[in-house]
Design a protein around this ligand. Structure first.
Ligand code: ZN
Length: 106
């Protein structure tokens, strides 16, 4: 599905993913941020025991619209003013978040 992502559109509090076949998925920024793929956050949400703490922490942050910069045709680099600017968000990862695929342990 990720390879069919056509565009990302940022609103004030969420991001919308549009796919070539017309599918549309919306992710609130605080949820997106809770699954940050950077080296600092990834180990936290990979661990089911620490994931909740990270989610709670992110919820307390002011909702912010991240800067988004395309990286090739497969990823986006989001820059958050409250830290975390080094993570590379592959379209696949963003799609996984939108479909709640990361909530199950693997
Ligand atoms: Zn991070």
């Amino acid at each position: 599905m990720a390879d069919r992502l056509k565009e990302l559109e940022r609103a004030d509090d969420s991001i919308t993913l549009r796919y070539v076949d017309g599918d549309e998925l919306t992710i609130p920024y605080h949820e997106l941020r809770a699954w940050c793929p950077c080296a600092k956050c990834r180990p936290r949400w990979k661990d089911p025991h620490r994931r909740l703490g990270l989610a709670e922490e992110v919820k307390r942050l002011r909702i912010e619209m991240p800067k988004a910069e395309a990286v090739g045709r497969y990823a986006v680099r989001f820059t958050w003013t409250s830290g975390c600017s080094s993570g590379l968000w592959s379209f696949e990862h963003i799609t996984d978040i939108a479909l709640n695929r990361l909530d199950v342990d693997h």
